[in-house]
Write a protein that binds this ligand. Sequence first.
Ligand code: DC
Length: 229
Amino acid sequence: MSGEWPVVAIDGPSGSGKGTVAGLLAKRLGWNLLDSGALYRLLAFAAGNHGIDLTNEEALKVLAAHLDVQFTHGKGGQGQHIILEGEEVTDVIRTEQVGAGASQVAALPAVRDALLQRQRAFLEAPGLVADGRDMGTVVFPDAPLKIFLTASAEERARRRYLQLKNKGIDSDQAQLAEEIRTRDERDSQRAVAPLKPADGAILLDSTDLGIEEVLERLYAEVARLGLTE
Ligand code: DC
């Protein structure tokens, strides 16, 4: 449960902008940040390192329970750094391939269960902004503010394309849109903790909104509820 500190739960499909906006909101509020997708990505990546098959639920459950990971902040308030078993993996876990693996392990009930307490442990003073697929439905059902952020698959593919281009990586936008649809389908159709808006969640479509506009709207909701007091 959410305990005595407030939680802003932000759920939605990949590319909706929730990761960026969650990071900015946490920074603005001076709250902690949980990037829950990173945990599933880390597990898929670690499984690769240990030669564990992504369908081996028992072995993945054990790995998830013992995952040696640290989230640290860079010098001068730069972005978060992620260290897995002593190795910096901040960027390597962001590939489409690791994302697809994450989506696969995330469909396994024992894995979700093993990662539940680890996620709830991020809730510390003075509050938490949690980003994922089931923050408002499963992990923090008592969160006073729940947001479901969406955008069209085409717009999400366009954002991903530009992101990759900025990193000097060439990609095919139509193929990205197809991969996004496949991942959406798996994440929303799975039996455990499927991607869906939580009861009472505020639905926000970011297709035609800039990240600053989304941030302002979320911040206004936090202020309206008096969560910063
Ligand atoms: O947000 P992301 O793209 O980093 O997430 C990677 C995968 O992890 C995504 O396909 C779905 C899964 N995931 C999940 O099932 N539950 C969460 N709370 C976060 C991510």
